[in-house]
Design a protein around this ligand. Structure first.
Ligand code: ADP
Ligand code: MG
Ligand code: MG
Length: 285
């Protein structure tokens, strides 16, 4: 039970067209995040989908749904609370109080990969998230990555390629086959993950609202050049460590580029990505 007074501006964690997310304290003293949806027909339908899809799913790198609440037309989702906000805030938020170190960035990349690998390879039916981007990755108090926002997620039926009736998500993170044809398999998430990793390593956003596509290509070219020329000057200029960790950074960039291949069947699976990042992989681009 949450008191109405807790849904105030000062407890607001995030806000969107759907409603808002608030920090709240339950009767037992535990802190949670409550997503309160505007009572539109679409939201009521999406609410049910999200609840059905992720109820009972528990994983270190997925934000946990602890419960839900229906009161008249109000729909609320109660999640575990992530203390360090979302990854967009941590990477380039104006109010951020610290810059992520290289080790923290690498751990976040590995954590997201583990979460996605669980969704794609361990669950039955497997789940495609479809909206992987920094705003939907939360960070807990120890900076563990937690994948959030299952509003666009879909279960996979018999391993078939699915067609979206409405191509939802965020343009800069779309794979070519999703952007042009609306086709999606779990390789859509692998592609979005590749874009996300380039953002995590470079600290640059791939999305400039004026020309999203150009910026993703820019970031990719930047990573290609670094990998080809073994040049880490750009990173050094940004204050990232390059002497002792140079090889590690290049390995992560190469992994991201393998995720960004045009042909979805050539992209690695997320468990291959985990292996590539943690250094026990045979996979090459
Ligand atoms: P939407 O579907 O509108 O994108 P999200 O579920 O992504 O909604 O939540 C919007 C924002 O609210 C997130 O980007 C994050 O900043 C904040 N938020 C959401 N859930 C939590 C949580 N469990 N803990 C802390 N902040 C959260
Ligand atoms: Mg979101
Ligand atoms: Mg959403």
């Amino acid at each position: 039970k949450t008191a109405t007074r807790e849904f105030s501006k000062e407890n607001e964690l995030g806000k969107g067209a759907f409603g808002a997310v608030y920090k709240a304290v339950l009767a037992d003293g535990s802190v949670v995040a409550v997503k309160r949806l505007f009572p539109t027909e679409q939201n009521v339908a999406d609410f049910l989908k999200e609840v059905v899809l992720i109820t009972g799913i528990k994983h270190r790198h997925l934000v946990q749904l602890k419960g839900c609440c229906v009161r008249d037309k109000q729909r609320m989702l109660v999640y575990e609370y992530a203390e360090n906000k979302n990854l967009a805030e941590a990477l380039w938020g104006k109010e951020r109080s610290f810059d992520l170190t290289w080790t923290q960035r690498l751990n976040i990349c590995v954590g997201i990969a583990r979460g996605l690998s669980y969704l794609h390879e361990e669950l039955q039916p497997k789940i495609i998230h479809r909206d992987i981007k920094p705003q939907n990755i939360l960070l807990d108090k120890d900076l563990n990555a937690k994948i959030a926002d299952f509003g666009l997620a879909r279960p996979v039926v018999e391993d078939a390629t699915q067609m979206a009736t409405h191509v939802g998500g965020t343009l800069g993170y779309f794979s070519p086959e999703y952007a042009t044809l609306g086709m999606f398999t779990e390789k859509l998430d692998v592609y979005s993950y590749g874009v996300l990793v380039l953002e995590i390593v470079s600290g640059k956003r791939c999305i400039n609202l004026k020309s999203p596509v150009e910026d993703e290509i820019y970031l990719r070219t930047w990573a290609f050049r670094l990998c080809r020329e073994n040049k880490l000057l750009d990173l050094a200029a940004k204050g990232l460590p390059t002497e002792s960790k140079g090889d590690e950074i290049l390995a992560v960039l190469k992994t991201a580029l393998s995720c960004l291949q045009e042909d979805p069947s050539k992209r690695p699976t997320m468990s291959q990505v985990v292996n590539m990042l943690t250094g026990n992989s045979e996979f090459t681009i």
